[in-house]
Design a protein around this ligand. Sequence first.
Ligand SMILES: Cc1cc2nc3c(=O)[nH]c(=O)nc-3n(C[C@H](O)[C@H](O)[C@H](O)COP(=O)(O)OP(=O)(O)OC[C@H]3O[C@@H](n4cnc5c(N)ncnc54)[C@H](O)[C@@H]3O)c2cc1C
Length: 626
Amino acid sequence: MLNADVVIIGGGATGAGILRDLCLRGVKAILVERGDLGCGTSSRFHGLLHSGARYAVRDRHAAVECIEENTILRRIAKSCVEPISSIFIRTPEDDPDYEELWVSSCRAAGISAQPLTIEQALEMEPNLSPKIQSAYLCPGAAIDGFRLLWHIFDSAKKLGGQVLTYTNVIGIDTQNGKVEGITVQDKFTHETYKIACNYLINATGPWCARVASLAGIDINIKPSKGTLIAFNHRISTNVIHRLHKPADADIFVPHGTVTILGTTSMDADPDDTSTTQQEVEEMMAIGRATFENLDSYRILRVFAGCRPLYAGDDKNASGRAVSRDFVALEHGPRDGLDNFMSVCGGKFTTHRQMAEKVCNIVCPILGNHEPCTTAKIPLDAEPDPALMEKARQVFPSYGTKLSFNRQGAERFATIVKKIEEDSDQGEIICECENVTRAEIEMVAKESTTHSISDLRRRTRLGMGTCQGTFCTYRAVGTVQEVTDTWTGNTKDLFKEFLEARWKGIRPVMWGNQIKDVELTRGIYEVSLNINHEDDLALALQEQKQEQGKPQTPPQAAAAAVKTAPVEPAPKATAPATAAPAATAAPAAESKAAPAEKKSTPKASTTKIAVKTKRKTSTHASSKEGK
Ligand SMILES: Cc1cc2nc3c(=O)[nH]c(=O)nc-3n(C[C@H](O)[C@H](O)[C@H](O)COP(=O)(O)OP(=O)(O)OC[C@H]3O[C@@H](n4cnc5c(N)ncnc54)[C@H](O)[C@@H]3O)c2cc1C
């Protein structure tokens, strides 16, 4: 049986921070996450490393925590933080009386708020509305959630920490008023097994109440959903905040190649990450006070996450009224169940400090009195100048620093070596984010990577302007060549990724976006026949049954095209095992695309050459469909 001193449930910022802190203190720890690292709220956020200025008036304590952590993370997580500034602007719609209070509150919290003239502000940010009334320069920064979590994981792994992704906690094992371990289920093999521990930490963010209930414990969590809009370029150089009481759609964060506008706040189920066109329209209406030309910028996608807000005893609390503070609930004194704690609330920005406070409670219980060192020890090594120079000579474009920041020093050295030895490895698979074949192959081969979405989280593949239109088929082809350990088949790899992208595009289908969607649809639906393959096989099967004779593929394809929905159909999300139609393809089809095996978890990738598929069934269907 697996065992550890401490088991942490939840692979978001809170859980990851705790894992690293424990490992640095020499505690044997295992983190268990039901999906990929950062698949919860810790990637569904603004990506803002708060300075605290937003909270200065209402919550000085939170403001001070933010500015302290902002300073620390800029120092210890350089490759995950973009050290830009924040500009707070007051528009004609904002209360002028709030400004004075805000300035004095920032001063009291130790947050620099340097006044700018309107001319200075517009010179720094020419897209800002010329109607702004005042502007202040504050600290601030953008932080990459996925990257930080993977850097934490790498750092913890070197210290003996263990992370089990795609492992769902389905039970909390207790005896005599104490937690003794957990029961988990592997997502792919469906195997269930136990992990023993001396202490259990529930760091599952908005799912905290659900996980605590596995031990019969009640926690009043109020998950609060926030929607975010990603635009296809950097509208500003710095983070732009409205200078007013925190409200909806009042922050723009430039992030890598895009800008994120957010957010909203509404009570929701933690699994609900749906978004609507109405929300987008409302946010755009507010956003125009900051950037008058907002409508002329292309929206890439919309996404949402749920804040893990703790409402204490207040059963009626909701939305922005619930405190953003973090709490560490010790279930021994609170509920009579020892060796168990739930950690909820807080912010991504303050995850390290939350972890420090949690470990300061848990470690002495385990007899460990080591001090916290996470504020001092950097997450990753600085770039080696000689290696960077070599990389610049062999890389195809300017993407060396991007790749270093994404992958860290050791992996980056491997990438450079691969490209040096074989220039084909330098081929760019994702142009928007400058991701090379060497980087894709390396991450694809790692045991923690199971899907194109996993690859995306590690490399930013498909996250830029084209939203996967040109890189998805290249990535799937590359993956098929180098790994046979992924679950699912080719079609499922495509579908899983495109469906995830599609979910964010659906609420913003207007203007130029429609042209891009049509291009994507042309490539994947018409040329690669991603959506219609099942329909084709089904149509053939039905016709065979009805007419008692086999039909030629072009006729069947035409029938399938006629009956196919215009939008990618929801059934496309069906798991590999639920796609029997593909195995029933006729002889001509199966010659080009060998019959797919029913997927056996973790080991049954069926290789279907993308090029071959394009030449056969898809060609026939597009011709006949005209
Ligand atoms: C719209 C929005 C914008 C935000 N913007 C910012 C910002 O700009 N800056 C900032 O500092 N903060 C921001 N926040 C807050 C911040 O994102 C969250 O406070 C933080 O990410 C929470 O991290 P967490 O680790 O507690 O939760 P999560 O990241 O949600 O992690 C919990 C994990 O637990 C896992 N889990 C659940 N159940 C189980 C189970 N049974 N077994 C195993 N694993 C399980 C989930 O899959 C999930 O990965 C924002 C939040 C929202 C919603």
